[in-house]
Write a protein that binds this ligand. Structure first.
Ligand code: ATP
Length: 229
């Protein structure tokens, strides 16, 4: 069976500065893959290439049976890639509910289902998004991504800079999504929380995938060497 997402020998550059030197990874349907590595190792760049926000220089990206490199970016997004980007972004001037409805595409995800996952969003349904707390805005951004009914949800540092209690709430939602069969690609610095949700890990170092394995194997020397923990 072919994987939902297959990245093969991806290279990419910002002008003359090469950021990816050959990244390969594979993510099966219903699985959660953690993309790890220290700052500046190429995680966000890899995601930008998958999302077609950035053109790869070489390599292959296959998603749901399509060769992404051959599709224009807007078509690629419609194939079912849902990104929660680094840093929060909801539409200012819209309420929580309006933000969610604006993102909706046909599928299993509805307002009710997002509210069930994040009850706080239902409590704040009529509130303008710019007046939400940081954690609530992040829940809204995740809710918006889910409303697009993504085949693959991509979370880039979804809990960064948030208070511990809110982080815990968001991680618990991510675990619930995984249990519901959602395929997830997750970038985060918290090894402990990644270990609870990820089936597999890929570690990037200077633009290369240097380690593949399960979270359980990412301990001791390996964690020290690649992640500095
Ligand atoms: P972080 O955890 O800090 O977000 P990352 O693993 O996501 O790190 P990337 O953001 O993908 O790393 O960066 C990979 C390399 O590309 C780094 O050397 C970075 O300086 C460089 N880079 C990233 N964005 C740009 C840009 N817009 N212009 C030039 N170089 C960039």
């Amino acid at each position: 069976m072919s994987a939902l997402l297959e990245v093969e020998d991806l290279t990419a550059a910002y002008g003359a500065s090469q950021a990816l030197f050959g990244v390969s990874l594979s993510l099966g349907e219903g699985r959660a893959l953690a993309l790890m590595g220290r700052n500046g190792m190429g995680k966000t760049t890899t995601i930008a290439c998958i999302m077609r926000m950035m053109a790869a220089r070489s390599g292959r990206i296959a998603f749901a049976g399509h060769d992404l490199a051959r599709l224009p970016a807007h078509r690629a997004a419609r194939l079912g890639l849902g990104l929660v980007p680094e840093g929060r972004r909801a539409f200012r001037g819209l309420t929580v509910r309006e933000n969610l409805i604006a993102a909706a595409r046909r599928g299993e995800w509805t307002l009710e289902r997002v509210y069930a996952l994040f009850p706080r969003l239902e409590e704040r349904a009529q509130q303008r998004s710019e007046t939400l707390s940081g954690g609530e805005q992040q829940m809204l951004v995740i809710g918006r991504a889910l409303m697009t009914n993504p085949k693959l949800l991509i979370l880039d540092e979804a809990t960064e800079g948030l208070a511990p209690v809110v982080r815990a709430e968001i991680w618990s939602a991510i675990r619930a999504l995984k249990a519901q069969g959602q395929s997830i690609l997750v970038v985060d610095k918290s090894l402990r929380e990644l270990a609870e949700v990820a089936d597999d890990c890929v570690v990037l170092e200077r633009g290369r995938d240097v380690w593949h394995g399960t979270p359980a194997a990412l301990t001791g020397d390996v964690a020290q060497r690649f992640l500095g923990v």
